[in-house]
Design a protein around this ligand. Sequence first.
Ligand code: ADP
Length: 494
Amino acid sequence: MIFWTELINKVKRLSLNFPDEREIEYREFYYVRSYKTTRFAYLILSLLYAFFGYLDSVVAQQYFDLFITIRIVIVALLLSVFAYSYSRNFRYHWQTLILITYFLGAVGIILMLVRMPEVVVYSSGLILVFLAGSVLIKLRFLAFSIASWLVIILYIIAGFIFQVDYNIVLSNSFFFIGAIIIGMIAAYRTEVFNRSIFDLYLQIAKKNAQIEQANRNLEEKVEVRTKLLNDRNRELNDEVKHRAIVEKELIAAKERAEESDKLKSAFLANMSHEIRTPMNGILGFAHLLHEAESEEEFTEFVNTIIKSGEHLLNLINDIIDLSKIEAGILKIEESKFELNRLTEEIYDMFSVNKHIVERNIQFSYKDGLPDDNCLILTDRVRLKQILINVVNNACKYTDHGSIEFCYKIEEDNLIFVVKDTGIGIPEDAQKHIFDRFMQATNGKTSGRESTGLGLSITKTYLHLMGGNISVKSEVNVGSEFTFVLPHIFETQKT
Ligand code: ADP
């Protein structure tokens, strides 16, 4: 038992097979590298096998028919293998087919050799067959060795059967064995060499796979890094943009601060001028009181002092309002009240206005809500101030015609319109009249008490209350101021 196992192991080692799955791959590898050479070898060998038939006609005329038949059969076999080598299935049977044809090719020559033992041509032919079997047709080492030794045995048996001179059989056998041994060494070396090449090939493939993997890893890393860099780049770009915006804002803030500084200086200069004028009036006429020559003159001086005092008071009120706005302490205090009562108060206040009465200006108003249902929610004090400012302007800048004011409700919004047929405002001045100390200088404002603060305060109040104001005006035709206050019916305000 042990003997057989050892023998099998030895034969296995002789087969040179890889002990693992590499063997399957190697066979494929060997086929791919060899099948073209094998195909070429079969073509050449079949030609040689056929052409040597010529020698038969020279040296073995008495057996020519037999020999030529053998040659035709073998050549047909060789050509069949050549043709089959183009088939896809060749890879599965090629070693078996090579082994059989090699063996039969040799048997054919042996048949000729035992018939014509004294002719050296046929023993040389058999040596040629050994040569082709060991290197040319790509038969593997073990198959070549077994087949070749079988051929020798067959030759010796055939020698006996055909009663060939044993000296010739012996001397030929020596040559044949020599050729087989040389062929075996060549086949062995070739197969070992091929297998080591295959091993190297496997190692290279493995290394290649490792390199590819490393490459892939590297690419992944590069990709991750690139992504990180791109993200960082984007962040930096955003940061740069953000800084540019901040810088712009800072510059704008600086410009605003400088502008506001200039405005404050101008405001102070204006104020001192505006305050000095009525103050001069008050003091000047107060001094003149002593020198009044008549009762009438005295009353006139007192009236001028009162008028200047009122103007001063108005101015101071405006200044106080403005400083409150500037300091941010002006608060909007909402309460529910009847809007029609407020419009009534405004009407009563201005219907006795001296300017209106003296110039016989038609003064009227119209409510947008019924008297018994005109409750709204907003800052009454500020709304009254706004109305006074706008209606007062209409009175100030209207010398004839009419003044009317009204309100309407549209989707919870309160819309006030104050319309007059006064001097009007030039188009280019219209956008500036809401700025501080801006007066529309069309020459006709002279003689009218004017500070250029009223509309600016009005606009700020409206903004604080969430509304806005606009004007439509035409010089010498009249003006129409419209202001909107939103959500005046809301019961709760945030
Ligand atoms: P003030 O009336 O004290 O000058 P305002 O800020 O109230 O200041 O008005 C700014 C300017 O707008 C006025 O100087 C005047 O030129 C112009 N203005 C305002 N209301 C009218 C109006 N109803 N008709 C013509 N001009 C007006």
